[in-house]
Ligand binder design. Sequence first.
Ligand code: G3P
Ligand code: CA
Length: 261
Amino acid sequence: LAAYPEKSITQPPMVMAHRGIPSLKPENTMYAFEEAMKLGVEIIETDVHKTKDGHLVLIHDFDLERTTNGTGKVKDFTLKELRELNANKLDPANPSWYQPEITDAVIPTMDELLEAAKGKAVVILEAKGIGYEKEMAKVIKEHDMVEDVIVSSFSSEVLERFAKFNPELGLGFTLSGTKPKEQLEQYAEKQITDAVQLNAQYYINHQIVTPELIRFAKHRGIILTVYTVNEEADMKRATEAGVGGIITDYAQKLYNTQILP
Ligand code: G3P
Ligand code: CA
């Protein structure tokens, strides 16, 4: 720490693969997670939803349309129904990411990812909804990965529920771009003191990553991370600013360039 008096608690920043590595393989599928692990990423980030019949699955959106050939809401389908969908779809926002040769990508379960990641990578499990914290904790414990998982959320309420039910889990609190200051106050008020990760949105407003925020995190022993940083110049800037982790769709860039010291 003494070597980085103005910087975050982990330097150089850790590489965090957002939704796996969607720039190379379909997002939030086992293809993407395996590819990220092959590269050697330290942390995989993904998004958790609960199915109609109570299973935990990994998909970002609440709706199926953008990333699969299904229609409707994830919560209205059983696991069996969801597993019949193709989870590799061209995203008009990122057409170059499409991998037409992959024909058998499916929506993974949380269970599958933990099984594959055990001993290889830490996993950030972002709960997209509220009310299934206990179920998530149960699966994490079954895999004996309490130490290797951070449960994260934009909602301090969700994190409080995790902390209440399962105090041993590492918490990640995500700040959105528009109101970081208010959210930090909320963080302090609600005393999510166990948070190990504070995740600041980067692309809307680079100014969020101020020396004050870095100090705020460091003095509480929190890893300050930024999301979702995809341009090399921004990766460099974030690294120089002293963040502890970079969440990116392009983990490969952090290995192919001289960005990390
Ligand atoms: O790491 C935080 C980030 O994953 C939150 O945004 O929309 O990609 O889940 P989103
Ligand atoms: Ca996420």
